[in-house]
Write a protein that binds this ligand. Structure first.
Ligand code: DPP
Ligand code: ZN
Length: 859
């Protein structure tokens, strides 16, 4: 496998004027004809045209309308040496979408055709310069059997349609805006559509269509409402208007990713479109809104302005994640959104940074680009945009994005170009800030304070460091925005939030007019993606937990206290945690009293998960973390059972179902009360959880009840899981939940249960959602059993990766994630994780995807 380097980037030798594609769909093959105008680039270093292509049988080539054989075909390329300055090349080839289990390029799934071209799937459709900096207009003609595939879609506007002989028909599409080929899309199938319209800010009408399989149309309303909200939000917050007359969304069941932003024809995993109270949880509703927003926002950040090369992936993904996070914050609770985003960052991105797979937001090399659709490029990338927003302030940031769109609409650019717009619009020097894009690893920020009573001054001393990561040592200091406010000893805010700009390794900041020793609230809103270490006492944190004006730090202080207590119990199982347990009771009472955001209370009553705690440990021992965590939860339940019962009862389900933030918050709060009340897994717990399940009128409450029963050995567990399957077996996405909830069980029977589920007739290794519902759910959400000292958990994952390597390399390589941090685990686990990775490494015919992640993990 070959490594590709950012420093080796050179522009394409040929530009493309226009692409004309035609597809003839037959049951045994698809015939693709591409007619492409090539124009040699000015200053091209060579006159050779090198096209990417794979898994196609070429049946005919013409140059300027004349049969042509002056090309060479290699396994992955077509090369025309010394080509003319300008010519038209037609290539006809045959592909077999039905046998395409990699789900890249054109594939057939559950009777429909669809495409996935990002990052490098287009080369499986026709020979082309498959790189994002080659932009062109496209016209597309699709023909197929009319009864089997009544719907034939591509990008842009529909310009013709009609019937053909032998029960066939066709449609023709034209996309007038130049785009890279990774945004090409085609769909053919028997689908129904839901329609709506949106009037843009300049008064144009856009037709909005969502296509799903017949029977699913009642589950599309939330997606449609989310789309309209997203279109409006982008106009208001970024001044961005949609340019075409039609916007299509198609939901498909077999999809490697969550969704794909193809111009005007977004293709979605059904999981991120379908949502109904009976079948989707509040989290699902939330994700649908976020991802519909995300893909729509790509229309400007990704499509109109695209990436020069794949090292710039965060140019569109970091920015678009930041945009979708802010959209969700505006639609729901801002503090809750920030808490959930940071929690995810810590669980997944900090863990990536702590592993041999740590890489920069703008990486400098890769073997397989599919492996770089990571939480670092996405979520850390979003944090980088957020910091720029913080440094510039809302108004200047908006000027900078306006400048970015004005300068680069229709262009393929780099992360450097984006940051330069921030610099130009603000007059600030952003060169040190750019190190955030280049240096991998989670920085540590240490803070200590000193109060000078005589001077009435408070000095905060900050020290930053960034760990060595593979291939990178001796990192330079970063430009870090640290949001800080001061509270007095009664919890009154005396100094509002200021952004301290840290640029040196060590730096002190002095606050004046500080009348008494303050309690600093540091890194408000999590203003930078760092690990913060402070010298705050438990009492300081308790004050912040109760009184801070910053919703994020209020929550964060409680989490830090929880972590400190978990550490104490891990060091000494008889440690005194009574203060923490008492304080927890105060928060329960506040939640019962009912003033405030219920969703925020639900977060405050949740202890950090094992995955988050793991990121604070030098050596990770999931069983020991779980034991300490469970000890604290049990103590909380024993001490506050009555209050928890009141909290549960007061937040019972009344009235009609709604997905308003208030209704979701109520359910979240009631369900956390249920979780705390059932933590001991006794008979009373099982009765209570089953009653919750039986009384549920929505999926959120059902799933919450089942999560409380999954570790249980009481009879109620089997009754509830059997009922659930019978009720929902017709709904693939709900059956996914049924798999997931069972493999999360932290109980001895898990390995037998797992084997049965793997053999279940509903398990299908070719369906990515089903694979994730079984294997990823087990390896990521059941840390104690996955890391069982017997190594059985690792063996399960190893075998799945080896099996999937031959079927779907992208999905196989995603499954490597739970093993990548092997060096950080307790020695007995480490050895077993390493040998699981080694066994994968020793497997013949490894895909580039799996090879890259496993070989780099083992280094
Ligand atoms: N579908 C992925 C996303 O939207 C890749 N572009 O993030
Ligand atoms: Zn994206």
């Amino acid at each position: 496998p070959k490594t590709i380097y950012l420093k080796d980037y050179t522009p394409a030798t040929y530009r493309v004027g226009h692409v004309d594609l035609s597809f003839a769909l037959f049951e045994d093959k698809t015939i693709v004809k591409s007619v492409v105008q090539y124009i040699r680039s000015e200053g091209a270093v060579s006159a050779d045209l090198v096209l990417n292509g794979q898994d196609q049988v070429v049946t005919g080539v013409e140059m300027d309308g004349v049969a042509f054989d002056g090309y060479t075909l290699t396994e992955h390329q077509m090369i025309i040496k010394d080509a003319a300055e300008k010519f038209t090349l037609s290539i006809t080839s045959e592909i077999d979408p039905a046998s395409n289990t990699a789900l890249e390029g054109l594939y057939k799934s559950q009777g429909s055709y669809c495409t996935q071209c990002e990052a490098e799937g287009f080369r499986r459709i026709t020979y082309f310069q498959d790189r994002p900096d080659v932009l062109s207009t496209f016209s597309v003609r699709i023909e197929g059997d009319k009864s089997k595939y009544p719907v034939l879609l591509s990008n842009g506007n529909l310009i013709a349609a009609g019937d053909l002989e032998h029960g066939r028909h066709f449609t023709a599409w034209s996309d007038p805006f130049p785009k890279p080929c990774y945004l090409f899309a085609l769909v053919a199938g028997n689908l129904v559509r839901i329609e709506d319209t949106f009037q843009t800010m300049s008064g144009r009408q856009v037709a909005l269509h969502i296509y799903v399989r017949a029977g699913d149309e009642l589950q599309c309303d939330h997606a449609m409402q989310s789309l309209k909200k997203a279109m409006k939000w982008d106009e208001e917050k970024y001044g961005r208007e949609y340019q075409l007359d039609l916007f299509n969304i198609v939901a498909v069941s077999d999809f490697n990713m969550g969704a794909m932003e193809n111009t005007s024809l977004n293709i979605f995993n059904t999981k991120l479109v379908l949502a109904h109270q009976e079948t989707a949880t509040d989290t699902d509703f939330y994700s649908v809104e976020a991802v519909i927003g995300h893909e729509y926002f790509h229309n400007w950040t990704g499509n109109r302005v695209t990436c020069r090369d794949w090292f710039q992936l965060s140019l569109k993904e970091g920015l678009t994640v930041f945009r979708d996070q802010e959209f969700s914050a505006d639609m729901n609770s801002r503090a809750v959104q920030r808490i959930d985003d940071v929690d995810q960052l810590r669980r997944l991105q900090f863990s990536e940074d702590a592993s041999p797979l740590a890489h920069a937001v703008q990486p400098d090399n890769f073997i397989e680009i599919s492996n770089f659709y990571t939480t670092t490029v996405y979520e850390k990338g979003a944090e980088l945009i957020r910091m720029q927003h913080t440094l510039l302030g809302t108004d200047t940031y908006r000027k900078a994005t306006d400048l970015y769109f004005e300068r680069y609409d229709g262009h393929a650019v780099t992360c450097n170009d984006f940051v330069q717009c921030m610099a130009d619009a603000s007059g600030r020097d952003m060169s040190q800030f750019f190190l955030w894009y280049k240096q991998a690893g989670t920085p540590t920020l240490a803070a200590s304070g000193q109060y000078n009573a005589a001077q009435q001054q408070y000095t905060l001393s900050l020290t930053q460091s960034q760990p060595d990561t593979s291939g990178q040592t001796d990192k330079k200091p970063l430009h870090i925005p640290v949001a800080v406010g001061l509270l007095d000893e009664h919890g009154n805010e005396t100094h509002r939030t200021q952004i301290l700009e840290m640029t040196a390794r060590e730096q002190s900041f002095t606050f004046d007019h500080v009348a008494s020793r303050p309690v600093p609230s540091i890194l408000r809103g999590f203003s930078a993606p760092v690990k913060l270490i402070t010298d705050l006492s438990d009492d300081d944190l308790r004050l912040l937990q109760l009184k801070d004006t910053d919703g994020f730090n209020k929550w964060e202080s409680g989490q830090t206290l929880a972590l400190r207590n978990i550490e104490r119990v891990m060091a000494d199982s008889a440690a005194d945690i009574s203060q923490f347990v008492d304080d927890f009771g105060v928060v329960i009472e506040q939640a019962v009293a009912g003033a405030g955001d219920k969703a925020l209370f639900a977060r405050a009553l949740t202890l950090p998960t094992i995955a988050v705690i793991a990121q604070t440990q030098t050596v990770i021992d999931p069983a020991a973390i779980d034991q300490a965590r469970t000890h604290i939860l049990t103590s909380i339940k024993r001490a506050h059972k009555d209050a928890l019962v009141r909290l549960y009862d007061d937040n019972a389900n009344t009235g009609a179902f709604s997905v308003s933030p208030a209704a979701m918050g109520r359910r979240a709060l009631q369900n956390i009360a249920l979780e705390l009340l059932t933590v001991t897994n006794g008979t009373g717990c099982a009765t209570r959880a089953k009653a919750h399940y039986d009384g549920a009128n929505n999926m959120t409450d059902r799933v919450a009840a089942m999560a409380c029963l999954t570790d249980s050995t009481q009879a109620e567990r089997e009754l509830v899981f059997a009922d659930f399957y019978e009720r929902f077996k017709a709904y693939q996405l709900v059956v996914d939940k049924w798999f997931t909830l069972q493999v999360m069980a932290n109980r001895p029977a898990i390995f037998d249960d797992f084997a049965k589920l793997r053999q279940h007739h509903e398990f299908n290794i070719k369906n990515p959602n089903r694979v994730r519902s079984l294997y990823s759910a087990f390896a990521l959400n059941n840390p104690v059993q996955f890391h069982h000292p017997s190594g059985q958990g690792y063996a399960i994952l190893r075998d799945a990766i080896i099996e999937l390597n031959a079927i779907n390399p992208q999905i196989a390589s995603r499954l490597v994630t739970p093993l990548r941090e092997w060096k950080r685990y307790a020695p007995v686990l480490q050895v077993q994780m390493q040998s699981a990775l080694q066994a994968i490494m020793d497997t013949p015919n490894l895909s580039n995807d799996v090879f890259e992640l496993v070989s780099k993990s083992l280094k």
